[in-house]
Design a binder for this molecule. Sequence first.
Ligand code: C2E
Ligand code: MG
Ligand code: MG
Ligand code: MG
Length: 277
Amino acid sequence: QAKVAGKNCHRFYSRAMDQAVERRVRMEQDLRGAWERGELSLAYQPVYSLNDNQLRGAEALLRWQHPEHGAIAPSVFIDVAEQSGLIETIGPQVLRAACEDTMRWQQAHPKSNKLFVSVNVSPRQLRSGDLPRVVATTLKETGLEAERLHLELTETAVIGDEIHASGLLSRLRASGVKIWLDDFGTGFSGLSHLRRVPVDGVKIDRSFIADVLRDPDDLALTTAIIAMAHSLGITVVAEGVEKEGQFDILRERGCDLAQGYWLGYPMNAHEFAQLLA
Ligand code: C2E
Ligand code: MG
Ligand code: MG
Ligand code: MG
């Protein structure tokens, strides 16, 4: 009896696994060429400075409108793109589109602040070693000033291969591009990385910001991150600001920049241009 159940059980799990693998394979096939078919696009979320409430820049966030399944979350398809290597094609397309859109906003509104654009870079893109060349070519061809391009990397992209990563990041920074550490505070030794990896800014993960008004520990950590970053000359961005109270306390603690639903949802390039008008 047990043997039969075990066997069925095994069969059930392997079938469920097959289905998961199949879904991934299908998603990978669908993702191939999705940019060319116009299914992928960028949404831009505004980033504001806390001391004067000025719009400073935007984070480019990739969106996939699947022809049958509708919108698919980046947390799902970015992972597939990363695992399959498709990110090495899509990443440079994202980078180029973000630089082009930023130049277009500038041309349409020459008197507005020179905004930065922040582009997420996955671990695989960093590991490939091709990034400095791709970035240099894109900046040259779009005409965007290097200082206005920010690259967001997670701690996991840097962990394990700090020497290789810091070499690449130093080259990028030497060209003027800014490097931000994304989801800061969620990885392991966040603080010690800042000594070894050259960065211009850290983005405090939204899980800290979520409870900053209720949980004294989260407030203490956020305050400590801000103080420590500033003592190293690093800019601090808070992600996931959903309430006015969070905005106020972050400003009071000296945080430099913020983004979140309270300040603005991610929007398409056209809507973003209207923000500048
Ligand atoms: P991320 O880089 O940490 O981006 C911030 C995420 O938080 C975005 O989710 C954004 O829509 C969301 N968010 C912004 N404000 C708020 C808020 O006030 N409350 C809450 N709850 N969420 C907020 P999204 O767009 O779903 O992107 C998820 C992740 O996918 C990004 O996290 C990033 O890691 C990755 N991603 C997105 N676009 C790209 C891309 O072009 N390339 C790569 N490699 N990764 C990307
Ligand atoms: Mg990001
Ligand atoms: Mg983040
Ligand atoms: Mg995140």
